[in-house]
Design a protein around this ligand. Structure first.
Ligand SMILES: Nc1ncnc2c1ncn2[C@@H]1O[C@H](COP(=O)(O)OP(=O)(O)OP(=O)(O)O)[C@@H](O)[C@H]1O
Length: 503
């Protein structure tokens, strides 16, 4: 890699150290400028732009942090690396929060120094820069990456304000090394956020390793995370690398971080602080360069209070926080999400994209969907699989407990009340309630049988769900015989969930 065009300003008040950093960088090919104080650094910054600013935290006339604040307030694009005293975790975290690209602890290890500066100089032209929030989110595709829509390249969909803010935050923080904690209920898209962060960072061409911390047996955790030497334990027939080594140069996504046992939390903290890991059975530590993104559906702050999660690790992982609200609090995202998920399903099965009727969308909007986008995805998948062609029907698992639609969402939806009991038919009109749920289409249906089947299926499923799939009770409620309901269920492919097949 050539660093010829990368200009670096090194700020340190100790002449010997300044020279050491300068020589190290010159040998790598950078163009290096130096300053010994905040004042001198400001003068240099006024004269020209740099690609990278490396500053000591304590300077004779102030703090390196002030330079970071200058960069931020002036909207400058220099990537800042701060050198902090060993053990001052607070300073490192504060610097990252202030927008520093990365930090180094003193005494500075020169190998790590070169690595961190090289990492800061990667992709300088393409990536979002610190302190400059992008208003639109455009993930940068990795070289040789699969086309958009492929599993590795899924985008975070949702026009709601909160999702716009999530995308803006990703664009703003992706370019730094600051650890990020993604919070949200299960299925809200935390892994997707981690993927977007990785793709939008200058590490996009490096690996992204996703680990579910809750799925690894406790006795294997250390070897899985840090690797193991041949013979380190029974069955270790060869050297094997851990997640940290596999993610070197890229992003390590630690999902369900709250599930890590306390003993492993201590080891993880050390690896993050030292940027070194020691494989099981090895004498030497290995330097690793990974960006940590973690995720949890738990209230980690409460876990810290309860002594289940180490405060120092929480502090380290949670330098930047991204929260994804549950789907029920952003139902305006439903139409766009349904569209994208149906396109995905259609792509995978090679079928044309199925359409969701306004009524079906309303039904979805009226239910809590506690499993969030993953539940929506499964629901649509099932609907497509069971659809008999005319139009898609959806039956959320919580159909018996619809939730009210918030006013702001209801305003944008047709007036049909989702999940509500159909209005009582007026005596003179004697219209069957199903027709209020499925109002006759404006145009005559092109396939009457399918249209009627869909109505019948909807009524049967609702009746069955109301009585916990007790066929006799549902048949009684609908005024038909047990034999008739069995026949209709078979014809319309309605299955009792306790038989293992969802309706
Ligand atoms: N905003 C979104 N746009 C498009 N797809 C989404 C969105 N949010 C979630 N998904 C999809 O929903 C599914 C679940 O998302 P993901 O695995 O990222 O959730 P999660 O919060 O990490 O879940 P868990 O906590 O259970 O691991 C995935 O298929 C993902 O692609």
């Amino acid at each position: 890699m050539s660093f010829e065009n990368t200009t670096v300003l090194v700020v340190d008040d100790e002449p010997d150290l300044r020279t050491l950093y300068e020589l190290t960088l010159l040998r790598e090919g950078y163009r290096v400028y130096t300053a010994g104080s905040v004042l001198e650094a400001r003068a240099q910054l006024q004269q020209r732009r740099f690609e990278i600013l490396i500053t000591d935290m304590r300077l004779p006339d102030g703090l390196g942090m002030e330079l970071l604040q200058d960069l931020r307030s002036q909207g400058r694009s220099e990537r800042a690396i701060v050198m902090t005293a060993y053990g001052s975790a607070d300073n490192a975290v504060a610097a990252l929060r202030e927008g520093a690209f990365d930090y180094l602890t003193k005494p500075v290890d020169l190998k790590q120094f070169r690595q961190v500066v090289a990492s800061a100089s990667q992709g300088l032209q393409d990536t979002p820069v610190q302190g400059q929030a992008q208003t639109t989110f455009q993930p940068l595709p990795a070289a040789g990456a699969p086309p958009s829509g492929a599993p590795g390249q899924r985008e975070l969909i949702g026009p709601s304000l909160v999702m716009q803010q999530v995308r803006e935050r990703i664009a703003k923080v992706a370019g730094s090394m600051a650890p990020i904690l993604v919070r949200g209920e299960s299925g809200t898209g935390k892994e997707l956020v981690a993927q977007s962060l990785h793709r939008s960072s200058q590490r996009a061409n490096g690996p992204m390793v996703a680990v579910n911390c809750g799925a690894i047996p406790e006795n294997l955790l250390e070897a899985e995370f840090f690797g193991a030497r041949k013979g380190a334990y029974t069955g270790a027939n060869q050297d094997r690398e851990g997640y940290f080594q596999a993610a070197h140069g890229g992003t390590l996504f630690l999902d369900e971080i709250g599930e890590l046992p306390l003993s492993m939390q201590a080891k993880l903290l050390r690896a993050i602080q030292e940027r070194k890991v020691r494989p099981l059975g090895a004498q030497q530590e290995e330097a690793v360069d990974v960006r940590i993104v973690s995720a949890t559906h738990r209230d980690l702050a409460a876990d810290v209070q309860a002594g289940r999660f180490r405060q120092d690790l929480y502090y380290r992982l949670n330098v930047i926080d991204i929260f994804i609200p549950p789907l029920r609090e952003r139902r305006e995202d439903l139409p766009a999400l349904c569209q994208v998920l149906l396109e995905r399903i259609a792509n995978e099965s090679g079928q044309p994209v199925p359409q969701l009727s306004a009524e079906a969308l309303q039904t979805l909007a009226g239910h809590a969907l506690p499993g969030n986008v993953r539940e929506l995805e499964n629901l649509l998948l099932r609907s497509v699989a069971l659809s008999d062609g005319a139009f898609l029907q959806v039956e959320p698992a919580d159909a018996a407990s619809p939730v009210p639609v918030p006013a702001r969402v209801a305003e944008r939806m047709p007036t049909y009340e989702p999940g509500a009991a159909p209005p009582e038919p007026k005596a003179e009109a004697a219209a069957p309630s199903s027709l209020q749920r499925f109002p006759p289409p404006q145009d005559l249906p092109s396939d009457l049988q399918s249209w009627l089947d869909a109505i019948e299926r909807d009524i049967l499923v609702r009746a069955l769900q109301e009585f916990g799939f007790n066929r006799t009770a549902a048949a009684n409620r609908l005024g038909i015989s047990l034999r008739q309901i069995r026949y209709r269920m078979e014809r319309l492919q309605i299955h009792d969930p306790s038989d293992g097949v969802q309706p």
